[in-house]
Design a protein around this ligand. Structure first.
Ligand SMILES: Cc1cc2nc3c(=O)[nH]c(=O)nc-3n(C[C@H](O)[C@H](O)[C@H](O)COP(=O)(O)OP(=O)(O)OC[C@H]3O[C@@H](n4cnc5c(N)ncnc54)[C@H](O)[C@@H]3O)c2cc1C
Ligand code: FES
Length: 504
């Protein structure tokens, strides 16, 4: 769908705007759009094309049936917090629907039902507890039904969530980008934000040396590249995997499905338009098999398990047409961090930690940050406050911190292999060089490319990801392409290049 996205030029001079938004994914473009509607002048910067981050990889379920369960949200945030979470995600879906309608956006937006069904080892009362908690959170139309509508598999009892939705995020965001520009906003791509400075002289400095001066900055880079540690101790990066299987047109109803396994499976249908009866023209999109970034390197096995799981339940699927993986930031207390960046000036804002609900969290970011920047009250501000301390999440916080600290043990271990020359063409490996470690990627013509394996964020040791051909940092989820160029924050710099003795 990349051809549906408008193209923009890199920043080629200094600019001035009310707000500079860094990152043109769901969160950045939603925020920029709502700010322009509120009368603010906006400059958006992205170091790739627009929508080239995790938003490009999403499966785009739009839900208020949140993936961490309402009884868990009650434990973490109390009854009021769970109610505000349900209210804000409901408002996010309504907002997307309204924007689609007002702008006549053709993005396949559809209201659909959602079904949560038990995994084989689920606690017997899980669905009942979730039903009661969903009702207390205000989702009073939620019901238990005998089974989810899958003809070829009896799910057993399922929770039915009405008025969920799905859409095509690239088509939606392409339209938002055009509306931002129509309203006087400016978008620059291929522009890496290197310096993000709040305060009276707020500005964003780019690698090319240009500056955007502004009154406020929104950092919507999925994981904030301007935050050293405060946020990165409160969220963990996960890889998640997706397959797209051909199914006969009309053989699977257009609904959303989730199970209660940990990690859970998420399923939706992309119906062919126009439908051609009987042909394998619909695509069933199934995700799951998540693991902590940099802590597993078995993508093939995970895709195989996803296919096995899908064939066991949707016996009508044909060939696997697509597969891809992406990154999710899991907050320790289940809700995104949207608001003022901790330990920073009051005019620097972030949106991150959006879990598997980043489409609605990104829209909530637009609504909430617009209010904060305009000095308006917002009932969700405290719930999503990035500086919040959620006491019931302390055990999870300590477990995650221990896991994060354990990743630094890689400083002491041997490399993956002893000799650079044993790296097979088209792959990479970590090699120990004296006291330090080196990434070695060997391209198909045999040339070695070496970088320091030390992550420029806070010194974790990166690991090779065979599935994506990337270097992934297990500490806080930074990722780099095979040649060391940064792909995902929080690192905001490339791996440091090293001259390979093999090439001399
Ligand atoms: C496989 C998968 C399935 C998912 N399914 C769902 C789902 O069904 N429903 C749902 O709600 N959510 C889902 N999510 C989550 C959701 O897709 C993400 O949370 C969301 O897309 C994140 O949007 P974002 O704008 O925060 O980040 P991104 O889309 O990653 O955008 C960040 C942008 O910042 C730019 N950037 C980074 N650093 C810099 C810099 N220094 N200077 C300039 N630009 C920079 C990047 O180029 C990028 O374009 C899924 C995620 C994945 C990976
Ligand atoms: S992401 Fe923090 S050290 Fe690598």
């Amino acid at each position: 769908m990349a051809e549906t996205l408008p193209e923009f030029a890199p920043l080629a001079g200094n600019e001035r705007a009310d707000v500079c938004v860094v990152g043109a994914g769901m969160a950045g473009l939603s925020t920029a759009y709502l700010l322009t509607r509120a009368g603010k002048s906006v400059v958006v910067l992205d170091d790739g094309p627009i929508v080239s981050g995790e938003t490009e990889r999403t499966t785009a379920h739009l839900v208020n049936a949140l993936d961490d369960r309402f009884f868990e949200l009650e434990r973490l945030h109390g009854h009021k917090g769970a109610r505000l979470a349900a209210e804000s995600h409901t408002a996010a879906i309504d907002t997307i629907e309204r924007i689609v309608r007002e702008n006549g956006i053709e993005c396949d937006f559809a209201r659909v039902d959602g079904y949560l069904f038990n995994a084989p080892d689920a606690e017997p009362d899980l669905l009942d507890r979730e039903l009661a908690a969903a009702h207390r959170a205000g989702l009073i139309d939620t019901l238990i039904v005998d089974r989810a509508p899958i003809g070829s598999f009896n799910t057993g009892r399922a929770l039915w969530f009405p008025r969920q939705a799905q859409f095509h995020p690239l088509k939606y965001l392409a339209a938002l980008a055009k509306e931002i520009v129509r309203a006087g906003g400016k978008i620059f791509t291929g522009t890496h934000a290197r310096e993000i400075a709040g305060g009276k002289q707020a500005h964003v400095g780019t690698t090319a040396g240009f500056v955007v001066s502004c009154d406020a900055i929104v950092v919507a880079t999925n994981t904030p590249v301007n935050d050293r540690l405060a946020i990165h101790t409160k969220q963990r990066p996960y890889r998640t995997y997706v397959i797209g299987a051909a199914v006969p047109a009309g053989s699977v109803p257009q609904v959303l499905y989730w199970d209660t396994e940990d990690p859970y499976h998420y399923v939706r249908l992309q119906a062919a338009t126009p439908a051609s009866a009987g042909s394998f023209s619909d695509i069933l999109i199934v995700g799951g098999e998540d693991h902590e970034t940099g802590q597993a390197d078995d993508a093939e096995a995970r895709y195989a398990r996803l296919e096995y799981w899908t064939r066991a339940r949707f016996s009508m699927i044909g060939d696997i047409k697509f597969r891809w993986s992406g990154q999710i930031m899991e907050p320790v207390d289940a809700l995104a961090f949207i608001g003022r960046n901790p330990i920073d000036h009051d005019n620097v804002f972030i949106a991150t930690g959006d879990s598997g609900n980043g489409m609605t969290h990104g829209t909530i970011a637009g609504l909430l940050l617009t209010d904060l920047i305009l000095g308006r009250e917002n009932p969700w501000a405290e719930l999503y406050n990035p500086s919040r301390v959620t006491l019931p999440a302390t055990t999870d916080f300590l477990r995650d911190t221990a896991n994060m600290a354990a990743q630094y043990v890689d400083w002491l271990t041997a490399g993956d292999i002893e000799k650079d020359r044993m790296v097979r063409p088209g792959t990479g490996a970590i090699v120990r060089h004296g006291l330090t470690k080196i990434t070695v990627y060997r391209d198909m013509d045999g040339t070695f490319h070496e970088c320091s394996a030390i992550c420029p964020h806070l010194g974790g040791i990166v690991a090779w990801n065979h599935g994506e051909k990337t270097w992934d940092c297990p500490a806080h989820g930074s990722r780099f392409d095979r040649l060391g160029k940064v792909l995902n924050g929080p690192a905001n710099k490339n791996l440091h290049p090293v001259e390979s003795p093999e090439n001399k």
